[in-house]
Design a protein around this ligand. Structure first.
Ligand SMILES: [Zn+2]
Length: 244
């Protein structure tokens, strides 16, 4: 019996050795750190869409389908490079520390409720997109979770996306799962899984701790090892399990 299971296992190992390396090559190793951190100009497609080709094409298919349900999938934000994320980060850091008088660490904790540290945004990848229903007239901030809930202007949008988005490869990233940590619930942020999964795999293989320690923007001097480790665990990796 032991011998048989040994043979069985060896058979599997041989099989694995011959098939796995090419899979690993396909899944992730072809993304450079510059590309993953939004520091390389990538080609994005579609006026007002700005996604990688495959994600753009899938988005258009999904948009067509949503039209027939009376919903206009409108992109609020999609591809964003490193510099743009630095601007967002520094504007918030300035507001919280200068105007609100918050301590640097508190300001950083407040920023990372919704915004990412430059270099770690999924929006750098050209696969992720913030979407609302363009047919609805909405006052003020459109990216407000309450507007996507029961009785909110984007309730129909959210129901339609729950039902259909995954058929087109788009998955909600920051779900309302009660045990999820990291970024708060973002009912507007979707990711094109066929590309973003291998990109996350590639990103996880990099030394994110070291990379962030080398950066220099407002507040970055307050990033301790412990802080970055928690950030990676909660904000980068505690997402919809279907995207891991
Ligand atoms: Zn987003």
């Amino acid at each position: 019996m032991q011998r048989r299971s040994f043979i069985k296992k060896s058979g599997l190992t041989t099989l694995a050795l011959s098939t796995i390396p090419s899979t690993i090559l396909l899944e992730g190793n072809d993304y450079s750190i510059l590309e993953l951190m939004g520091k390389e100009d990538i080609k994005v497609y579609g006026k007002g869409i700005n996604l990688r080709k495959e994600a753009h094409d899938a988005f258009l298919e999904m948009k067509k389908a949503a039209y027939s349900a009376g919903i206009d999938l409108k992109v609020v934000s999609s591809y964003r490079n490193f510099e743009r994320q630095v601007q967002i980060w520094e504007r918030k850091y300035d507001n919280y520390t200068e105007e609100d008088g918050m301590a640097p660490i508190d300001a950083i904790d407040k920023i990372i409720e919704y915004s990412t540290i430059p270099g770690t945004s999924r929006h750098h990848w050209g696969t992720d997109v913030d979407i609302v229903d363009g047919y609805r007239k909405v006052e003020g901030n459109v990216l407000d979770p309450n507007k996507f809930g029961e009785g909110g202007p984007y309730e129909d949008f959210k129901n339609w996306m729950d039902e259909n988005s995954e058929k087109y490869g788009f998955y909600l990233v920051y779900t309302d799962h009660p045990k999820r940590k990291g970024f708060k619930y973002e009912p507007w942020h979707y990711s094109y899984a066929p590309i973003s999964k291998p990109m996350l795999t590639a990103f996880r293989r990099k030394n994110i701790l070291l990379l962030l320690q080398q950066e220099d923007f407002y507040g970055s001097e307050h990033f301790t090892n412990g802080f970055i480790k928690n950030y990676v665990r909660n904000n980068i990796l505690d997402i919809n399990k279907d995207l891991l």
